[in-house]
Write a protein that binds this ligand. Structure first.
Ligand SMILES: C[S@@+](CC[C@H](N)C(=O)[O-])C[C@H]1O[C@@H](n2cnc3c(N)ncnc32)[C@H](O)[C@@H]1O
Length: 458
């Protein structure tokens, strides 16, 4: 079968998983940060176009057309007519533009939850990280569902619509669910050459001073050194674990920092302060419950060679263990050695749980090369949970997994196209999508998390 192609799109349409925030102060102009990868600032003198906005593309940017050319336009909503300033006309196939005025507003438009990111401010001064903040919450989720459905159809050949579910309010009672604010437990700010602290501006690496961080949890909003001067520094990390005090960390460098604790449905996990953890206060429990519930009990064998790939500190292996009890055998595989150490501790109550450090592609290759008949049989009975980074598992990992013929897989994905592309590969190799859920773990951004169960076609 032909190999599904990656969509062609500008790299800066795809913020990383640890997406960023930003800021502003007074009339001061943003300056280049010290980051050596600082991209060219957007043009501020481009032509202004009137555009009819059609849809939201993968990456969260709206799509319009002008004289036959695609225009990616920020801060607009499908159905609106806007005036937008062209910021990048370097490419033949598409231009980029920023909304400067809404001529015909969508009924889904609302006052931006982050005033500093609204179209009242010059585009190059708007902080990023809240690109859907001007859209009603229910409509944000519909747009995310559309992007997910389109990716599944285009890259996996699967026609499936799915409602994007908000985080259960009982999991994050301090979050303002209506506004979609007060949820970020991790925020990275940047420091420019003059020592000014703030988030990056949208689609650039310019530090823009801001006076507020409404997406952050309340304690981080209070602690954030907005308005401070930190000359000589590079980044400021704000971290608020659920079980412990919130901290402001200036220039953490490569240090992971001390051990902190997160509590999920009463279970306590240890991890490094700078290690990976879900950002929304209710996200870890949402995903843990979704994985636990999506595993098909009829196909689950506690004695099989069950796997938790890209396992982090063991959150999802614990979810499986919590549902199926103390006899569960499961191996968590994670590239980061420190995270593996924590996973071993976090999973200690399951005698059959192991945590191994390794890159999943290499680990599976070694498994495939060394597995005897008995282990291959236990792999065929296995349930595999995989939660890869934004780029997805990729063809090599998917093909190796499919060749082992596990009974079922539960795939946790933070990127709809990566999920769809991997699902397309699984389908080529005899697996089918059985169940799919999606969650709004990043309110007021374009990000959406999906959890899919795949089963072997018999
Ligand atoms: C999205 S996180 C999921 C972590 C964990 N499942 C959780 O829910 O907390 C992805 C994890 O995969 C790890 N990772 C990234 N690339 C990897 C690779 N090639 N092999 C193994 N682990 C990898 C990262 O260090 C990170 O911990």
């Amino acid at each position: 079968m032909p190999r599904p192609k990656q969509p062609r799109r500008p790299a800066d349409d795809q913020p990383g998983r640890g997406d960023r925030s930003r800021s502003q102060r007074g009339a001061r102009s943003p300056r280049d940060s010290r980051n050596p990868r600082t991209p060219r600032p957007p043009a501020t003198d481009g032509p202004v176009l009137e555009l009819d906005v059609e849809r939201i593309a993968h990456g969260g940017i709206a799509v319009a057309h002008h004289e036959g050319r695609v225009v990616f336009v920020a801060d607009a909503i499908p159905g609106e007519r806007v005036r937008a300033r062209v910021t990048d006309a370097a490419k033949e196939r598409f231009w980029r533009a920023d909304t400067v005025e809404v001529l015909d507003a969508s009924p889904d438009r609302r006052e931006h939850v982050w005033a500093e990111a609204s179209i009242d401010r010059a585009p190059e001064h708007r902080p990023g990280g809240a690109e859907f903040g001007h859209i009603r919450m229910a409509r944000q989720r519909e747009l995310k569902a559309d992007v997910l459905a389109e990716a599944l159809a285009r890259f996996a050949g699967v026609e499936r619509s799915v409602a994007v579910e908000p985080v259960d309010e009982t999991l994050a009672p301090d979050v303002d669910a209506e506004a979609g604010t007060g949820w970020r437990t991790r925020v990275r700010l940047h420091v420019d050459a003059d020592g000014c602290v703030g988030p990056y501006a949208a689609r650039s690496h310019l530090v823009v001073p801001v006076a507020s961080l409404p997406l952050a949890v309340a304690e981080l909003q209070e602690m954030a050194p907005l308005g401070a001067e930190l000359p000589g520094s590079g980044v400021v990390d704000l971290v608020a674990p659920s079980d412990g005090r919130a901290e402001v960390v200036v220039d953490p460098g490569s240090a992971r920092g001390p051990v902190v604790h997160e509590v999920v449905d009463g279970r306590r996990f240890r991890l490094d302060r700078g290690g990976f953890w879900q950002v929304h206060r209710g996200a870890a429990a949402t995903l843990s419950r979704a994985v636990r519930d999506l595993v098909d009990a009829d196909r689950f064998d506690p004695r099989a060679a069950n796997l938790d790939l890209y396992g982090g500190v063991g959150l999802l292996a614990a979810a499986v263990g919590d549902r199926f009890g103390e006899t569960v055998r499961i191996t968590s595989v994670e590239a980061d050695e420190r995270a593996t150490d924590h996973a071993a501790a976090n999973l200690a109550e399951w005698v059959g749980a192991r945590a191994e450090t390794g890159r999943v592609d290499r680990w599976l290759a070694e498994l495939d090369a060394s597995a005897d008949r008995e282990l291959r049989s236990r792999l065929r009975g296995a349930t595999v949970v995989l939660d890869p980074p934004r780029s997805g598992a990729g063809r090599e990992v998917v093909e190796r997994l499919a060749a082992l013929r596990p009974a079922q897989l539960v795939y946790v994905a933070c990127d709809p196209v990566a999920l769809a592309r991997d699902l397309g590969t699984f389908r080529e190799h005899g697996y089918e999508l059985e169940e799919l859920r999606a969650f709004d773990l990043f309110p007021n951004t374009h990000h959406v998390e999906a959890v899919a169960r795949l089963g072997a076609i018999v």
